[in-house]
Design a protein around this ligand. Structure first.
Ligand SMILES: *Cc1c(COP(=O)(O)O)cnc(C)c1O
Length: 223
């Protein structure tokens, strides 16, 4: 089946209020273009240079989300157009995004990425690091970034109770940050969690945004 059928099928299983980011990493631009021609606009990429190249080649009204680990020296390649960066995992990165946003005379929406998986390899903040950043007022001093929520990736496992526990934890982090730092910020409302294998659990645990690749585009070649 193609993207359009897959999206229609997926959409039926996901409440309207939840956004679907179509993860197009590793796919050629023409695959994205055909999804675009079917009416879809929100795509996610995890490599800055690949994203910059695709942005050049594809229509300008695509809403590009950055979902991978972002090196500070690559921020400049995506700062002029990116809609949402899901993966802020250090104060240094947030400051760099702020600097590049300012240069481009725009605001960039960001999510704080939390490490919720039991695996060591995944990136992300813990609650203490996030609180330290915010207590120091980084969200106020970085005027050109707007922190609108949190993101996390669950463990890669068949154990759905572990996945659920991790998503619950992310939801708790969200609630703590909302209460302590963003209670007056209407825009702080996003919880980006859920991928092809675990999006149903993520939705049950309060996801507002799922990031889906395989279920929409089929299996990727690894790169
Ligand atoms: C690749 C990727 C996804 C999508 O994964 P699928 O299992 O193909 O749906 C979601 N989030 C992140 C951060 C990714 O790197």
């Amino acid at each position: 089946m193609g993207f359009a059928e897959n999206m229609a099928g997926l959409r039926k299983t996901i409440p309207e209020s939840i956004r679907i980011v179509a993860v197009s990493k590793t796919l050629p631009s023409d695959a994205i273009l055909s999804a675009y021609q079917g009416g879809y606009r929100i795509f996610g990429e995890n490599k800055a240079m690949e994203l910059a190249e695709k942005h050049q080649q594809l229509p300008s009204d695509i809403e590009w989300h950055f979902i991978g680990h972002l090196q500070t020296n690559k921020v400049k390649n995506i700062a002029s157009f990116v809609t949402l960066i899901h993966s802020v995992d250090s104060p240094h990165l947030l400051q760099e995004i702020n600097k590049e946003a300012l240069k481009n005379d725009r605001n960039i929406n960001c999510l704080l990425q939390f490490h919720i998986a039991s695996e060591e390899t995944k990136f992300g903040l813990n609650m203490e690091e996030a609180s330290d950043m915010l207590r120091a007022g980084i969200h106020k001093s970085c005027m050109n970034v707007h922190i609108i929520g949190v993101m996390g990736m669950a463990s890669f496992t068949e154990d759905s109770s572990l996945i659920r526990k991790e998503f619950k934890m992310l939801h708790q982090y969200f609630t703590c940050l909302k209460t302590e730092f963003f209670s007056n910020e209407m825009a702080f409302k996003e919880i980006s969690m859920g991928m092809s294998g675990d999006y149903q659990i993520a939705i049950e645990e309060g996801s507002t945004m799922v990031r889906i690749g395989t279920l929409l585009f089929g299996n990727r070649l690894n790169h």
